[in-house]
Design a protein around this ligand. Structure first.
Ligand code: CP3
Length: 372
C-alpha cells in the first residue's frame, strides 16, 4: 500500500527494499551516495553552466540527471536518488542559499546571534508550497524510471543543517555551530526542533510524490563528541524515525503507523562511531556507515537490529583494479557475505575526480562478488 499501484509502473528490481527490510536476498543491492554529479561527463552536458538549484527546480532536468547513473551503469545500480540537496530545508525555512562553483554552499545571511532565530521561527513552514518543485521532480522521475529501480528521497539531518545555517557554508573549524551549542544551547535546540518538524513533513511528502525509500544525511555528526551527539543530534534523528511512520499513516501511504517497514528509512550519521548501538535502537531500517568502521565489528554491534549500508573508502576508486577487487571482497566478507541485512555503498559521496570507468569496475565487482 506504499504507492498508488495504478499510477506508476510496478518495480522490476526491488532488491534494495527487500535488503532494507532485512529479507534474505540473492545478492546485496548497490548504489552510491552522490551517484549523480560531477564525475559523470553527461552531468556537465545537461547542467551546461546553469545554477545548481535551477537544475534541481526543473523537473525535466532534475529527473534526467537523477537517471544518468542508472543509464550509464545499466543494470549495475539498484537505486536512483533524487537530484536535489540537503539545503532545501533551510531554503523552505526562509533562508537564502546558493551553491557557488568552486566553494560550494553559501548563505549570505547566516544565523549568528540568538535574536536571528526570531524571524526563522516566526511563521510556520508550508512544506507542500515551499518545496512543491521537489515533489514534482520526484513524481516526474518516478514516472520516467518506469519501475527500473526504486527512487530514494532524502533530507539533511537537523544538526548538519544547523551547521550550514550557522556557519553559512562549508567549514574546517565549525566555529559558529560550536558557539551556538556551547553558548546558546536552548536557542540551538529550538531551531533543531523546527528543522525536525519540517524534515518529517518533507520526507512524508516525498513519499506521497513517489519516493520509495528515504535517507537522512547527518553528515557532520562526527564533529560532535558522544555527549553532544546524544544532546544535539540523536534526539532529533529519533523523532524523525518515530514520527515519520505515523505521518505516512495519516496520509494514507502506509498501513502500519508504528513501523516504517513499507517505506524503509536509512540514517547516515557520518563519524558517529560511538553511537552505533544507540542508532540501532532508533527505528531506522538501515544504518549507513562511513569507512572508519570495521564491518565485522559493526555487524556484531548491530546484531540484526538494522540493515547496514556502506562502507568503502571513496578513495579506493582511485586505486588499481586489483585493489578495488580486494577491497570489495574484504568489505562484503566483513558484512557476512551480504545476503542479508546489507546494502553496498561507499562510506561517503562520490568525488568530482572519479574516473567513471573505475566506478563501473567497482559496480561490476560488487555484482560478481555479491553473487558468489
Ligand atoms: O546523487 C545524489 O546523491 C543526489 C544528489 C545530492 C546532492 N547533494 C547533489 C549536489 C545529495 C544526496 C546531496 C546531499 C548533500 N548535500 C549532503 C549530504 C551528503 C554528504 O556528502 O555528506 C551535503 C553535506 C550537502 C551539502 C552540499 N551541497 C555541499 C557540501 C555541496 C558542494 C560541495 C561539493 O560536494 O562539491 C553541495 C552542492 C552539490 N549538491 C553538488 C551536487 C552534485 C555540486 C554542485 C555542482 O554541480 O557544482
Amino acid at each position: 500500500m506504499t504507492e498508488d499501484a495504478t499510477k506508476y509502473a510496478p518495480l522490476k528490481n526491488d532488491l534494495l527494499l527487500r535488503a532494507a527490510r532485512g529479507e534474505k536476498v540473492e545478492r546485496p543491492p548497490v548504489w552510491i551516495m552522490r551517484q549523480a554529479g560531477r564525475y559523470l561527463p553527461e552531468y556537465h552536458e545537461v547542467k551546461a553552466g546553469r545554477d545548481f538549484f535551477e537544475t534541481c527546480r526543473d523537473p525535466e532536468i532534475a529527473s534526467e540527471i537523477t537517471i544518468q547513473p542508472v543509464d550509464h551503469y545499466d543494470g549495475l545500480i539498484d537505486a536512483a536518488i533524487i537530484f536535489s540537496d540537503i539545503l532545501v530545508i533551510p531554503q523552505a525555512m526562509g533562508m537564502a542559499v546558493e551553491i557557488r562553483e568552486k566553494t560550494g554552499p553559501f548563505f549570505p545571511d547566516p544565523m549568528r546571534e540568538p535574536s536571528d532565530i526570531d524571524r526563522l521561527l516566526s511563521s510556520d513552514v508550508d512544506v507542500t508550497k515551499e518545496l512543491a518543485w521537489a515533489f514534482e521532480a520526484i513524481s516526474t522521475t518516478r514516472r520516467k524510471l518506469n519501475g527500473r529501480v526504486p527512487l530514494l528521497g532524502f533530507c539533511g539531518g537537523p544538526f548538519t543543517l544547523l551547521v550550514y545555517m550557522t556557519e553559512g557554508g562549508s567549514t574546517k573549524l565549525y566555529r559558529y555551530i560550536r558557539t551556538w551549542i556551547y553558548k546558546h544551547p536552548e536557542a540551538a535546540k529550538q531551531v533543531l526542533q523546527r528543522i525536525t518538524d519540517v524534515a518529517v513533513e518533507f520526507l512524508a511528502q516525498q513519499v506521497k510524490a513517489g519516493a520509495q525509500m528515504l535517507q537522512v544525511f547527518e553528515s557532520w555528526a562526527g564533529e560532535l563528541g558522544p555527549a553532544e551527539f546524544a544532546e544535539f543530534s540523536l534526539p532529533y534523528l529519533r523523532q524523525i524515525a518515530e514520527r515519520l511512520p505515523r505521518r505516512l499513516h495519516e496520509l494514507g501511504l502506509v498501513s502500519d503507523p508504528e513501523r516504517n517497514h513499507e517505506v524503509p528509512v536509512t540514517i547516515f550519521a557520518k563519524g558517529a562511531w560511538y553511537a552505533l548501538d544507540d542508532l540501532a535502537n532508533t527505528g531506522y531500517n538501515a544504518i549507513s556507515l562511513d569507512w572508519l568502521y570495521d564491518p565485522a565489528l559493526a555487524v556484531k554491534t548491530v546484531a540484526g537490529r538494522a540493515t547496514l549500508q556502506g562502507n568503502l573508502d571513496p578513495g579506493v576508486i582511485y586505486g588499481s583494479k586489483e585493489t578495488i577487487t580486494r577491497k570489495v571482497e574484504e568489505m562484503i566478507a566483513g558484512f557476512g557475505g551480504g545476503k542479508q541485512n546489507y546494502i553496498i555503498n561507499l562510506g561517503h559521496g562520490t568525488q568530482p575526480f572519479f574516473d567513471p570507468e573505475m566506478v563501473g569496475f567497482f559496480l561490476e565487482e560488487c555484482h560478481r562478488v555479491g553473487s558468489l
